[in-house]
Structures are given as structure tokens and as C-alpha cells.
Design a protein around this ligand. Structure first.
Ligand SMILES: *[C@@H]1O[C@H](CO)[C@@H](O)[C@H](O)[C@H]1NC(C)=O
Ligand SMILES: *[C@@H]1O[C@H](CO)[C@@H](O)[C@H](O)[C@H]1NC(C)=O
Ligand SMILES: *[C@@H]1O[C@H](CO)[C@@H](O)[C@H](O)[C@H]1NC(C)=O
Ligand SMILES: *[C@@H]1O[C@H](CO)[C@@H](O)[C@H](O)[C@H]1NC(C)=O
Length: 386
């Protein structure tokens, strides 16, 4: 055993020294020859390049070199590198890495390219998306103006066809529980992933039970022309509002800054960045807002009211029916869908829009069960105009 090891080591040694000796002997002549060839090659190359530059101009040489020699999987080293959205949504950044990356924001207000701003529809789901066909109908044909993201603990991406607007739109997801910080984490994860596409300017949070109430053009116009973001935010003096405030949140959050609002929001890019970059309020809410303080109803409304109050409409654009009372809003199924039902939903309260009054207060509605899909598809062209 021992002798074999010695042999091997000796053999290795011999090869190495042998190599060295050979190199030493051949060094001067071989190197000179090599240098000579190299010199000749360089001179020839120089003349070729000079004549090519003269003939085609510098630009075309540069582009032809880039296009023919850079393998297509490598990033282009021009502006596109910075403005093209990720081709694959799945990544293995940690939340910390993702939120950091997503908080990048250009300081120059003008874009040096033609940016067509998009709405990011962010679906926060507990399982599959039974109402997907309705959303397909809404979105089809408007590819330039929207993008879709799905946060779902169960990966059901396989069931969407390549032609679907939901195809490969899942983002890396984790379990999210109602009323807990994991829910806000999921929402921040959605925002952060959507922020990676620089074309996304508005971000709408939706659930699997949400439906659109208007066609795409109307929704897009309403959101894009608004001077405010539709984040619900109000001061509720009751035990379900201020009653959930914890004194230890001060000084970051005082009782009169404490707000409540629906979880289903629409925010612009600036507010989305504020949310993903927040490290000031996050630990306070995580530590001091636990059930019966439902953090998903307080964290973003409170934080944004402190940081960017003038940017908020203080109302949500997602309709919901609390009239039946209880801890959960009403769910509507097949038997509920009728023209009268939508007349009721769309009847119009009185809300503000860009400083004026309007009866058009909602763009989306919840909650709808899977059985509502067929009647909804049938009624959509007449009632919802899509
Ligand atoms: C991370 O990404 C690399 C390269 O895309 C991949 O090979 C690897 O499996 C990923 N790791 C995890 C934990 O997803
Ligand atoms: C969208 O709906 C509006 C009413 O909300 C209607 O006036 C308009 O014609 C519809 N647009 C399309 C493209 O169907
Ligand atoms: C929303 O509320 C904040 C203060 O809570 C206020 O500054 C802001 O003007 C309100 N927005 C609108 C559109 O009234
Ligand atoms: C909406 O409310 C405002 C203020 O309360 C009022 O001035 C306005 O007339 C109302 N509009 C309608 C259509 O009821």
C-alpha cells in the first residue's frame, strides 16, 4: 500500500520535472517563433480593421460584432439590459434580496425611450383561479397595457395553456395567512416581482374571487387618469380600528396616525416602492399587530398615510358586500348573477375622483364563487361591456 503511494507521488514528480526541463530547453526558439507569428497576425488584423472601418464606418462594425459573437442567452449590453422585464418570473432570490432589488428607482423623471405604462394585475390566491376565463376575456388584446402576476402557495401553472394570460405568471410564493404578517409579505412579494418590470406603473391587488366590473379600456382609463392611488384608509375610532392600536408602535406610529383600510388596493409605482423598501414600520407591525389586530388591514394604509398622504384616494376600488354582517363579506354564486344584481352593485354611491364627485366608485368586485363563472361570462357582454 505504502509503496504504491510513493510510486504515484514519484511518478507525478517525474512528470512535472520532466515537463519543466523540456520547456526550459525549447524556450528561446519556440517563444521567438510564437512572438513572430503573433506580430505578423496583429499587423494583418490591424490593416484589415482599418480598411473595414473606412469602408463600413465604426457603427456597423460594432453592431455586427455584437450581434454575431454575443451568445443569445447573454444580456445585451445596451439600454435593453435595463428596461426589458425578466423573461422568466421564477427566480431564487430571497425576499430580502428581492425587496432590495425592487426598490431601485430612477431619479431621472423622463424616460429616454418610449415607455408604455402598464397595469400589473396581481392575483393573491389560496389555490387555483376558477374565474380565470373571465379575466382572459377582459385582458385579451391589451397585451401592451397589462401584466399578470400570481402568488399562490400551490403551483397550478401547469393547467394554463401557452395562450393564456396566466401562463407562466406564477412568482415564487409562500404560505400567506389572513390577518398575519405573512399576508403582507405575500403582497410585498407580488409588488416587488411586478416592480422588476419597469413598464408597470400601477399595481392592483386581486384575489381568486374578484371580478372586473368594466371593460379593459374603462378600467385602464380610470386608473391611469387618477391623481390618487386607491388605497382604502380611514380613522376608525371603534374597537375594530383604534382599538387594535398598540402603544409600543410609537414613536413610529402614533394613535392619531393609525389607519384601517381594505386589503385590496391599487397603488402607483412610487407607492409600491415605498412599500417594498420599508424597514421602519415593518418591524413594529410585525411585532405589535397580531390577531385580533389584522395587520393586512392596517400596515399599508397607516404607513402610506404617514409617508405619502396626498397620494391616496383613501378608498378602495374593489366592491364588497358587508351588509349580511359577520366576520366575512358575502359570497355570490350562480343564482345571484342577474341584471338586477349588477344594477345594485353598480348603482353608484357618491365618491370623489380627482377632486370631483362621481357615482363610479368601483372597478372590481368580490366575492364570487366558481359557480358564478358561467352566468358571468354570459352576462359580461351586455352588462360589463366586454
Ligand atoms: C437557483 O438557480 C440556479 C440557476 O438558475 C438553479 O440551478 C438552482 O437550482 C436554483 N436553486 C434553488 C434553490 O431554486
Ligand atoms: C367599454 O365600456 C364602455 C362603457 O363602460 C363603453 O362605452 C365602451 O364602448 C366599451 N369599449 C369597448 C372597446 O368595448
Ligand atoms: C386622504 O387622507 C389624507 C390624510 O389622511 C389626506 O391628506 C388626503 O388629502 C386624502 N385624500 C383625498 C383624495 O382626499
Ligand atoms: C355627493 O356628495 C357631495 C358632498 O356630500 C354633494 O355635494 C353632491 O351633491 C353629492 N352628489 C350626488 C350625485 O349625490
Amino acid at each position: 500500500m505504502q509503496s504504491r503511494v510513493v510510486q504515484l507521488e514519484e511518478g507525478k514528480d517525474i512528470v512535472v520535472t520532466g515537463g519543466r526541463t523540456g520547456l526550459n530547453k525549447a524556450f528561446p526558439f519556440k517563444l521567438l517563433l510564437l512572438l513572430g507569428f503573433f506580430l505578423a497576425f496583429t499587423v494583418v488584423l490591424f490593416f484589415i480593421s482599418v480598411s473595414t472601418f473606412k469602408f463600413y464606418g465604426i457603427n456597423s462594425v460594432v453592431t455586427s460584432v455584437t450581434s454575431s459573437f454575443v451568445p443569445c442567452h447573454e444580456k445585451r449590453n445596451d439600454l435593453h439590459k435595463w428596461i426589458e422585464p425578466p423573461m422568466v418570473l421564477m427566480h431564487n432570490m430571497s425576499d430580502e434580496e428581492l425587496l432590495w432589488r425592487a426598490s431601485f428607482m430612477p431619479k431621472t423623471k423622463e424616460f429616454p425611450f418610449n415607455r408604455v405604462p402598464k397595469i400589473a394585475f396581481m392575483f393573491l390566491t389560496m389555490g387555483p383561479l376558477p374565474l380565470a376565463p373571465l379575466w382572459e376575456r377582459l385582458l385579451k388584446g391589451h397585451e401592451k397595457h397589462y401584466s399578470v402576476y400570481i402568488h399562490s402557495p400551490v403551483s397550478s401553472s401547469a393547467k394554463f395553456q401557452a395562450s393564456s394570460v396566466f401562463y407562466r405568471r406564477h412568482i415564487p410564493s409562500q404560505v400567506a395567512e389572513w390577518g398575519r404578517m405573512t399576508m403582507c409579505d405575500a403582497e410585498r412579494r407580488l409588488l416587488a416581482n411586478a416592480l422588476l418590470d419597469i413598464s408597470n406603473e400601477w399595481f392592483v391587488l386581486l384575489s381568486e374571487s374578484c371580478i372586473p366590473l368594466f371593460n379593459f379600456t374603462t378600467i385602464y382609463t380610470y386608473i391611469t387618469k387618477s391623481k390618487h392611488s386607491f388605497m382604502g384608509s380611514f380613522d376608525d375610532p371603534s374597537p375594530y380600528g383604534r382599538g387594535r392600536y398598540h402603544g409600543n408602535m410609537a414613536p413610529e406610529v402614533s394613535i392619531d396616525q393609525w389607519r384601517k383600510g381594505s386589503q385590496w388596493f391599487e397603488v402607483n409605482r412610487e407607492l409600491a416602492v415605498s412599500i417594498v423598501k420599508d424597514t421602519l414600520y415593518y418591524p413594529k407591525f410585525k411585532q405589535f399587530c397580531k390577531p385580533a389586530c389584522y395587520v393586512d388591514e392596517h400596515y399599508f394604509p397607516t404607513m402610506l398615510t404617514i409617508e405619502k398622504p396626498a397620494a391616496l384616494a383613501n378608498r378602495s376600488v374593489t366592491w364588497v358586500d358587508w351588509s349580511r354582517g359577520g366576520a366575512h363579506p358575502a359570497t355570490f354564486g350562480a343564482q345571484d348573477i342577474s341584471e338586477e344584481f349588477f344594477a345594485w352593485v353598480l348603482k353608484g354611491d357618491n365618491c370623489t375622483y380627482n377632486g370631483g364627485y362621481t357615482s363610479m366608485c368601483y372597478l372590481f368586485a368580490r366575492k364570487f364563487s366558481p359557480s358564478a363563472l358561467e352566468p358571468l361570462i354570459q352576462i359580461a357582454p351586455k352588462i360589463l361591456s366586454f
